[in-house]
Design a protein around this ligand. Sequence first.
Ligand code: ADP
Ligand code: MG
Length: 677
Amino acid sequence: MLTKPVTEVKGVGEKFAEELAMMNIHSIGDLLEYFPYNYNVFELKPLSELIHDDQVTIIGKVVHPPRLSFFGKGKSRLSFVVEVENVAVQAVMFNRAFAQKQIQADDTITLLGKWDAHRLQITVSYYKKGYPDQQTKLDPKYTVKGKVTNARLKKVIEVAVSQYAQEIDEFLPSPFLEAYKLPTRSDAVVTMHFPKNRIDLKHARRRFTYEEFLIFQLKMKLIRKISREATKGNAQLYDEEKIKQFIESFPFPLTGAQNRSLQQILKDMRSPFRMNRLLQGDVGSGKTAVASVCLYAALTSGKQAALMVPTEILAEQHFASLKESFAEKAKIELLTGSIKGKKRREILEKLENGDIDFIIGTHALIQDDVHFADLGLVIVDEQHRFGVEQRRKLNEKGLDPDTLFMTATPIPRTLAITAFGDMDVSTIDEMPANRKPVKTYWVKDNVLDRVLQFIQKRVAFGEQAYVICPLIEESDKLDIQNAVDLYHQLQEYYQQELNVGLMHGRLTNDEKEQVMQDFATNKTQVLISTTVVEVGVNVPNATVMVIYDAQRFGLSQLHQLRGRVGRGDQQSYCILIADPKGDVGKERMHIMTETNNGFELSERDLQLRGPGDFFGTKQSGLPEFKVADMVHDFRALEIARNDADEIIEMQLLEKDPAYFPLKKYLLQNDFFREKLD
Ligand code: ADP
Ligand code: MG
């Protein structure tokens, strides 16, 4: 029944059905599940209890008939006075000139709108003559398009609900319904549209939140399971004794979190299933150290390993440090875009013959002519810099190699479980003990002189500084500090006192390498740079990070930049030069000065920006939920995840009649039909 077209609903003709189709409402079921995005709330309170700037409801008697005035281009303003509890309240309504005739002196009227407690004024968003209907304390507000109005849609849904709501079948397994005390699907649909009170509404929302999450998690669970079982077997039988010795050769013991993550990864590598794991940890938490143990594990099991990073600087740096830590133990090569001709051919040949154990590189690793003898492990650093397609290409280089993605942009727990629902996640949530938190300050640019003096002071102690500018070329539009200009300016300022280096994306690779090397060896003490140093660069002697126009960066990027200092034993400093105009910008600067913890920061960034913006537009990959809010309903998401695991692991869809309706429901969907047979 519910799959029948909306035209079956009384009062819906072909014309209206066409309009509804534009809103993706085709069947009766679609209409019933087209939930309000919000509700007008009629909740009467004494005037004295109304809160400034809140949405409020008041009932009063119209004292003067409305006065209409026009302003701007076709804009109108209707104002009148209503008497509420013997107080004269000013009411204003914008662009509803037609209401002038409907509202008369002595009318009793219910007004809904934004309350200005100082001026005793309400900006009306909704009005109703007479008293509010007690039945509709919560009046649905629908997202509408085209010619469809809220009132019309509400009416049609009302009809559909009374005609068809009883036909909505329950499909959630009864054990869950009972355990979580969820209303039935049919009751919950009715309540979503026409809630009797807030409590019922809460439970109806709870039901749909759980329903959406459960289905989502079932999908993720199936993806994880299938991708594991589809692999042909790549058990890396590493040498535990050698690994132990390798770890003992580190100048430090691993932290508890490093150890735990390492064990999770090693277990995956040993299993015949393909690893698909994300290793997340704050900048400097020691992910690279863990990764080097994994590389070594692959080596002891006789496999090759590849490490892919987003920039050449980073590739070179990893290459140098791995060569140092492995010395004679492994044959390591570097492959980047600037390695060409004969040198490149030699490397490719050796790679294919198995004469290379580890290859470190950039996108150059995923060219079609790169072949491996026996690739066992792929590690992708700063994974968010790579697209899905690039990651897939690297994976195809070996027969189901184990894959480890690393990210220093901690993903809030809330998003990790959704955005990376198809991956296993290991988290390093503990910093090495010797770390001193970076002291962070936010200043305006009128204290530039003091900042420069501060740098000079730190340099006198033998330390070094980064100065970051947002862009290399001057843009009229953005009025951005120009790195080149700044470079000359600082050279002038410091004269012979210290040496200044300049790094930006326009330099050739050789030039970049030279600049980095000069800084790493303290030939230059201050490095002016664009954000190319953002990821992974490791110069422990640098203790000062100055960021110009800090308001132009997102929180996670600022945190990444800050992570370039505080890598040694000395106290480090981060100075944000910023003059943000909006509240969000100011809030960002405050958050930076308040916390050094990347996870906390990412949670707060998420609060500020919302899940859609968190990853930026490029790679969101976040699922969309109708009712559920993955940030606020995080607990439910976790519960649904466990339930989904149980359903699949115990094969309940096949074995337990309480789960048959769920299976039937899932089979209506292409994804599930294919995966569940
Ligand atoms: P990440 O890759 O997470 O940014 P790294 O692995 O590069 O972090 O580690 C940052 C610095 O901390 C390096 O200099 C590394 O040698 C050091 N380090 C790593 N693990 C530890 C540890 N358990 N104790 C002390 N120092 C560590
Ligand atoms: Mg790193």
